[in-house]
Structure formats: structure tokens, C-alpha cells
Design a protein around this ligand. Structure first.
Ligand code: 0O2
Ligand code: 0O2
Length: 220
């Protein structure tokens, strides 16, 4: 329960012991990274194309949690349920088609429940942002028993990731107010990233065959 970490200073509710509060989130990220990297390893062991290229994860830094709570008017008492990305995992894929494969794999898993799905691939954001988002309820075992943690999983191609990383830095630089001319450039860069994904999909069989030959050569 978050309440045990809350404490009122000058009328403002603050979290008193961040380490203890964020501990289960760190644990969830560590466990999920191992599990998802394991999926990739299993595909490789069977000499199959892995729909997952690489996996990253992070616990949201404390200043970002506080910023977002203020920006979105989230009551700190409800931060565990209303801020769904305190724990975040990202899975990068080579091809757009891989994203659906990964989503299907995740839907079959028994170690968490998917509580929300947001398809920003077929419904891209106005900024040009594309990714598939899932929010899962993941149980971590802690000394006091089991604790359910919400984790946001973002699944995207390498090309979508390139665009999102650049756009995120610009957003940070301009505090969310990117000048109109740069915004326009970003939108056309998003179009270019979309076309790159399309082009790669057209020669997917060829690329995968080449990658299989390359990995067999490395094994020898
Ligand atoms: P910045 O500027 O914040 O992007 P390892 O244990 O070695 O596999 P490590 O070093 O712990 O990995 O980090 P990992 O898992 O490779 O990735 C951490 C970076 O990925 C962070 O960047 C995060 O920004 C980013 N990241 C990963 N997943 C997410 C996510 O779901 N949401 C968000 N917002 N970011 C994510 P840095 O290095 O902190 O720099
Ligand atoms: P971080 O840690 O800086 O990445 P909101 O969180 O309010 O934006 P919502 O509905 O809670 O919206 O969640 P949404 O939009 O499904 O996913 C939020 C996260 O998706 C963001 O986290 C980003 O990581 C990513 N995202 C969404 N829209 C964009 C976008 O236009 N550009 C980029 N680069 N990333 C986007 P945060 O909150 O920014 O945290």
C-alpha cells in the first residue's frame, strides 16, 4: 500500500521512502527483462528469426514521476494505479509484422495479465509517434507476500524507436513546445520512418534468409 510511504510536508503529500516504494518496480523490471530476453534466446537456439531484436527497461526517475503527477493532476495516493509507466519495458523489433507476433506471444503468457492495449501503429499520434503499448499487471514476490505492479510495455520497430528517441529529446529541450517548423520536419521524418518499415517488410524474406546464413557462418 502506497499510504505507508506517504507523509505530509507543508500541506503537500510526499513519498517518504522512495527506495522502499520503488523496490518492487525495480524487481519487476529486472525479472521481465530476463524473461523477454529469454524469448529472443529461445528463437535463436531454434535458428528462427526472433521477433524481438532487443529489450530495454527502466524505472521512471523520481523527478519524472513527480513532474507527471503534477502535469496529469494525479493524486500521489493513487500513483500506483494512475501512473501506469513507473515501470517501463521497451521491446524493439526489426519488422512491423514482428510487433503483432510479440503481442500474440505476450497475450498467451500466464505470468501476468494484460489490462490495457493501445495501438499507436494503426492509430498514430498527431506528433507522428507510432508504437504498440500494453499495460500489464505483474505480480512480484516480496518479503511481505505478493505485490501487483503495473508495467507499461512499448513495442516498436527500430525505425519507430529512432524517431521516438529523437522526438523525445527535442520535446525535452523545448519543454513540450517544439517550434512549428521542427514539428513539421518531425512529421515528415515520421512518414519517412513509416516508409522505411514498409520497404523493409517488402524484402523481409530476403533479409531473414541473409541473417540466417550469417548466423550459421558465425556458429561455424
Ligand atoms: P534516457 O536519456 O533516459 O533515454 P542492461 O541491464 O544492461 O540490459 P540497462 O543499462 O539497465 O540495461 O538499461 P536498458 O534496459 O538497456 O535501458 C535503459 C534505457 O532505455 C533508458 O535510457 C531509458 O530511457 C530507456 N527505456 C527503456 N525502456 C523504457 C520504457 O519503457 N520507457 C521509457 N520511457 N524509457 C525506456 P537512459 O540511459 O536512462 O537514457
Ligand atoms: P517517459 O518516461 O518520458 O517516456 P501520457 O503518458 O500522458 O503521454 P498516456 O495515455 O498515459 O499518455 O500514455 P501513452 O500516450 O499511451 O504513453 C505514454 C508514453 O508513450 C510516454 O511516456 C512516451 O514514452 C511514449 N509516447 C507517447 N506519445 C509520444 C510521442 O508523441 N513522442 C514520443 N517520443 N513518445 C511518446 P512519458 O510520459 O513521456 O514518459
Amino acid at each position: 500500500m502506497i499510504l505507508e510511504f506517504l507523509h505530509i510536508t507543508g500541506g503537500v503529500i510526499v513519498i517518504e521512502n522512495w527506495d522502499v516504494f520503488l523496490g518492487p518496480y525495480e524487481q519487476a523490471i529486472d525479472e521481465l527483462k530476463i524473461k523477454f530476453k529469454g524469448i529472443r534466446t529461445q528463437f535463436e537456439q531454434q535458428a528462427l528469426h526472433s521477433p524481438i531484436e532487443f529489450v530495454t527497461g527502466r524505472v521512471k526517475p523520481i523527478p519524472s514521476i513527480l513532474d507527471k503527477a503534477i502535469r496529469k493532476n494525479i493524486d500521489m495516493k493513487k500513483v500506483e494505479t494512475e501512473m501506469q509507466d513507473i515501470a517501463g519495458i521497451r521491446m524493439m523489433c526489426q519488422f512491423v509484422e514482428d510487433i503483432e507476433t510479440v503481442v500474440k506471444l505476450l497475450r498467451k503468457r500466464k505470468d501476468f495479465d494484460i489490462i490495457e492495449e493501445r495501438d499507436y501503429i494503426n492509430h498514430k499520434k498527431d506528433s507522428g509517434y507510432r508504437s504498440y503499448h500494453l499495460v500489464i499487471r505483474y505480480p512480484v514476490e516480496i518479503v511481505d507476500g505478493s505485490k501487483d505492479i503495473l508495467v507499461e510495455i512499448q513495442i516498436r520497430t527500430l525505425s519507430m524507436n529512432f524517431w521516438a528517441t529523437i522526438e523525445h529529446s527535442l520535446n525535452y529541450k523545448y519543454s513540450g513546445q517544439i517550434p512549428a517548423n521542427i514539428q513539421k520536419r518531425l512529421q515528415s521524418a515520421a512518414e519517412a520512418a513509416f516508409r522505411l518499415d514498409e520497404e523493409m517488410s517488402l524484402i523481409r524474406d530476403e533479409i531473414q534468409e541473409a541473417q540466417a546464413i550469417f548466423s550459421r557462418k558465425n556458429e561455424i
